[in-house]
Write a protein that binds this ligand. Structure first.
Ligand SMILES: Nc1ncnc2c1ncn2[C@@H]1O[C@H](COP(=O)(O)OP(=O)(O)O)[C@@H](O)[C@H]1O
Ligand SMILES: [Mg+2]
Length: 453
């Protein structure tokens, strides 16, 4: 895979060197700039994947150049660093288009997390994930989690699916583990080839077609050499067609004939080639409904629906939540004895988890990062995000400074601002929630304003 580029813009030379060395070793291509102007010059010449941006630069304020950075590459993930952490500065940065926010002095662990997160996001955005052999190792530990009856039923279906070559349809809300289960089936099937996925909702029709079928050299401008499509790449493996419900109708009929005839033709080619790819289709839309409304081909639906695995939402398997949360914690804490207190685990069962396992995993991950010590409290993250749907700022609670006590006054301020934020800036509701009179709350807020200037 191509190296990801990282630009660090900071006037502190030591900081630049240290970070440059550190992330250079992890295989990224490093660029450095000490002023905003210099940083923008670099962005102009080369697409930057991730930019670490200091809020206070000698020539400009960091947030003022976020827009310019994004104008050169709107996919850049900007990670903002500030020595003056305040709720307002976080908000300003995120509004300006920053992707993540860390406070200075920078905790390397936190920054590494932010970068990993950015890279993962970039991968997702690419819409197309070629999970090659290199990542096969990850699969070794795949297992289903939870202990309810649902899990046993799932285990049975997965075994069944792994034992045949017919298509499988996996349905379920986003984040319920469709991709995970598809990989699990691939792994258990013992197929030799790779597990490859394509997202049918993220790409335009002609690109999906080209990705799936490949092309012959000269098939169109830009087709400078022959290219194998995913049906061929996954010949001895598994092809996951993600978001199949959004596949354009024309492609649906092509897919149907591939499934029936087990052969494909590259775009612009005349010869047919055999493909033994095992097809797994996944969707989070109501595919029966679409088929009934003729928005999805009925014949294809019946063909895929032979083996159907429906993944329940977390709301439907509440009793599994504590175990799953604990599982994610163990998975991410890499042997360190992090723990989530019992009452917190129970509390998780009452939350709606619209993003299902993915959301739960993210919440645990973020709670771990901001925990000071080994006790992880997801409720701190949920209090912020659960109620702040309309202002969708990710994780604005500034992380706890490590190994440093916080003044009670500051803690109070942070808490008040978080509640205010969660209430979308509604001061009277915030006062009610906090049990303060409106005038007291206003006085506090004014004093915070005076502090930040
Ligand atoms: N059985 C499982 N055990 C552990 N982690 C899981 C399991 N199922 C899903 N996950 C995790 O939950 C998240 C969402 O799963 P994913 O398969 O991407 O969902 P979907 O494809 O339905 O949107 C991923 O981080 C995945 O690793
Ligand atoms: Mg998925």
């Amino acid at each position: 895979m191509k190296k990801r580029s990282l630009l660090i813009i900071d006037d502190d030379q030591h900081f630049l060197m240290a970070l440059g060395d550190h992330f250079g070793m992890s295989g990224m291509e490093i660029y450095k700039a000490t002023t905003g102007k210099e940083g923008l010059q670099i962005c102009k010449k080369k697409l930057m994947d991730v930019v670490i941006l200091d809020q206070k630069l000698p020539d400009v304020d960091g947030d003022s150049i976020c827009k310019d950075i994004l104008s050169y590459n709107d996919k850049s993930k900007i990670i903002f660093c500030t020595a003056y952490p305040s709720f307002e500065s976080a908000e300003r940065a995120l509004n300006a288009g920053a992707y993540w926010y860390v406070s200075k002095p920078v905790d390397l662990r936190e920054l590494t997390f932010a970068i990993k997160k950015s890279l993962r996001e970039l991968e997702l955005e690419k819409g197309l994930e070629d999970l090659s052999y290199a990542r096969e190792k990850e699969f070794e530990e795949l297992e289903l989690i939870g202990s309810s009856g649902l899990k046993r039923e799932l285990d049975r279906l997965i075994e069944l699916a792994a034992g045949t070559d017919s298509p499988v349809l996996i349905t379920g809300e986003t984040g319920t583990g469709k991709t995970y289960v598809a990989r699990l089936i691939h792994k258990k099937s013992g197929r030799k080839g790779p597990f490859v996925t394509i997202n049918c909702a993220a790409l335009p029709e002609n690109l999906i077609e080209e990705e799936l079928f490949g092309h012959k050299k000269g098939a169109f401008t830009g087709a400078v050499k022959d290219k194998r499509g995913l049906f061929e790449v996954a010949d001895e493996g598994t092809l996951l067609l993600d978001e199949i419900g959004d596949m354009p109708l024309l492609l649906q009929s092509k897919l149907l004939s591939v499934i029936d005839e087990k052969k494909i033709r590259r775009l612009g080619d005349v010869v047919y080639r055999p493909t033994g790819a095992r097809i797994i289709a996944a969707t989070n839309v109501d595919i029966e409904g679409r088929a009934a409304a003729n928005a999805f081909r009925k014949d294809l639906y019946y063909r895929l629906n032979v083996l159907r695995i429906h993944l329940p939402s977390l709301r439907e398997r509440k009793e599994d939540i504590p175990e799953v949360a604990d599982y994610f914690l163990k998975e991410m804490s890499k042997g360190k004895p992090f723990r989530i207190p019992e009452e917190e685990l129970k509390g998780l069962m009452d939350y709606s988890w619209e993003g299902n396992l993915r959301e739960l995993r993210n919440v645990i991950e973020r709670a771990m990062i901001i925990s000071d010590g080994l006790v992880v409290r997801p409720s701190r993250i949920l209090n912020i995000s659960a109620r702040s749907k309309e202002v969708s700022l990710p994780s604005v609670a500034p992380p706890e400074p490590v190994g440093q006590t916080i003044k009670l006054k500051d803690l109070e301020k942070r808490y008040i601002l978080n509640v205010l934020h969660a209430n979308g800036g509604n001061v009277s509701k915030t006062a009610r929630d906090l049990g303060l009179s409106l005038s007291t709350l206003k006085r506090r807020l004014n004093s915070y304003k005076a502090q930040t200037g």
